[in-house]
Design a binder for this molecule. Structure first.
Ligand SMILES: [Zn+2]
Length: 54
């Protein structure tokens, strides 16, 4: 349980602002940049309420 929204990608220090729902894995929060790279192939990216898209 964590309220800290930090991108879960290794080595990424950006704040997480998009929740990715992946059919074959647990959901996780990533930054907008990583959300773009992941929003293909069955991944549903759901921007959080306070997301700020660049
Ligand atoms: Zn990231």
């Amino acid at each position: 349980m964590s309220d800290i929204r930090t991108c879960t990608e290794d080595g990424c220090q950006r704040s997480g602002s998009v929740r990715c729902h992946i059919s074959w894995a647990d959901e996780h929060v990533v930054c907008t940049a990583h959300a773009r790279t992941r929003s293909t192939g069955g991944v549903v990216a759901e921007p959080l309420a306070d997301a700020e898209w660049e």
